[in-house]
Design a protein around this ligand. Sequence first.
Ligand code: MG
Ligand code: ZN
Length: 368
Amino acid sequence: MKFKFSLLTFFLSTFLIITSCVSVQVSDNTVSTTVSEVKKPKNIILLVGDGMGLSEVSAAIFYKNGKPNFERFSTIGLSKTSSASDLITDSAAGATVFSAGVKTYNGAIGVNKDTIAVPNIVEQLSKRGLSTGIIATSSIQHATPASFYAHVKSRRMYEEITEFAPNSGVNFFAGGGLKFFNDRTDGKDLLAEMKNKGYKITTDKLPKTPSDKNELILLAEDAMPKMSEGRGDFLPNATKLALEKLSKNEKGFFLMVEGSQIDWGGHANDADYLIGELLDFDKTLGVALDFAKENGETLVIVTADHETGGFTLSAEGSNYNQIKPTFSTPGHSATMVPVFAEGPGASKFNGIFESTEVYHKMMALFNK
Ligand code: MG
Ligand code: ZN
């Protein structure tokens, strides 16, 4: 009886020890999961390939010599791009989702569907003392970059968009669009105003090192040249320069970089144009990823506002060993677009979500 009792006690206590070990194990796992989930970035680089759907990204696999930088991302999601007014978005509504987190009508720059200005990510972060930058291969007044500093009811209001630049708080601008500053129908000299606001203005070539002042780099009257017309490494080099400047801020930074002309190759149904622009964008991803890897506190997000051209990598007739890039429309399409993320907070970008979520996820990660 005594033996039986102690045997029972032995089994019971062994059982208790095992279960308590298991529960300790479980709670340890829970703790470590929570910790990795709250790891937040100090800096975010958002790279937008305008008009870049999955077929466009796939072109990097088949047309790049070597491994595309797209393949360096650990997290991939899909974004639903429809706007508030249309099933198929344009680039203005498609950028306002990223800059301000609202679905709006096609053509809207930083305003909601009632044409009311919505605070954008750049304004909110610079108020908190973070540095901000905007780079594009279009003019900086074009729909995508404009949505990050201006609030106007129509994307075509280039001169009005430019008037937001002097008080935007943006620390680094690079792209085209000089004529909207100094060759205006209202005769205003906005370059002088930018200078008064403390900007260093560059209009000849990309500086080698960043200035301590805010930078306005405008290397074309309107859009930057196409890759095939000699744009060279403007996009990767401007990105490098911006990162060197913005990363000096202890509080962190937000940088938006747009491969603007992937979309224009799509509209033109010109596969060589599209692929040239896409490979330039891929090279720029390499700059962002190398910086982030070294820095350790930077989240890199790559996505698109929509797909353009209904682009696909068809077979050349019945020859399945030959790709014939093909378009189905001169306009945009409704297909979902990929979202790539790498760095602290990247796992938040898994899954299928509305395009506005890109903004909300970024803001949640910046809210420490
Ligand atoms: Mg654009
Ligand atoms: Zn477009």
